[in-house]
Design a protein around this ligand. Sequence first.
Ligand SMILES: [Zn+2]
Length: 311
Amino acid sequence: MFIQRFGALCVATTLAIAMSTKSQAQVTAALPDVACKFDSARLQFEGAPLEQAKCLLRPVFKYGHIGSPLPQLPAPLETLVGTAAMQVTKDRVRAFVTSEGVNPSELGGDLNTALSRAHSNDPNAPLARYFVIHDTSSCVQSGPPSGGCGPATVFPQDADKSTRRWNQPETWRNFKDAHLFITRDGQLIAPQGRTFSVPWRATKREAMIGEPSRGLFLHIENVQPRLSDSNAARPNDATAPVPGFTEIQLRRLAMVYVSASLRAGTWLIPAYHAALDAGLGDGHDDPQNFDLTAWAGQICAVIKGAGGSCQ
Ligand SMILES: [Zn+2]
């Protein structure tokens, strides 16, 4: 599937498109698009949480190709992921995000409510462990019925403004995918009123695992405009802006991550959608151009803003 018209999410692309240009084929030939191994009995990927994160945060390239596991995560993720050293309290985080003009309950639900559990909220199943980062792959210009974006070749200068349809809450309010959307201008939208208490699935990996996965993953969509890569043979949505996300988006995403981790009582394992689905074929390509170091810096800023220490 390589369709992408405005409104569809996290588009999948085909290897056929990737191979349609020689240079792309050469670039991708050496990349290890292999899966991180999932242990269905334990409902987690193999390895310690930090090791899992290094696999699930592998760089995502055009057409859904994935790089190698990271040798190290940027601070503070390297020391926090999987630990219960929360650094900050719910009250302090609540006060800090409020001071930045954010309603704490918009960060995936109230801080005092429980996260979802696997097996569709079975009380004996594990709490949500994975914080899945997506982009919406929103075509700047609609393309042909066969799929892909239109012929526009540049991103509009007002792409991050509230006047753009992809930054308007009503665009996402009724989407059936994901727990939360974050627009380019930092608005937080709960599609169909969902919160992180609601067990929900949004990836092929979860479909493959089956019902036990429902509630194990939290899904956050970050609005990103896309253009068709004119080097490919057919219309597509492969070209993303650089950097892929705005500073306010990363700030909000950091607030969401800190809040969700506090609810879990342990720092969640971040994951890119494309890395999560690696190895399943016809994979998705999101998020593109996600600056992990910049996001980690925003996590630090939130921790410090809430009175914690961050190194
Ligand atoms: Zn996605």
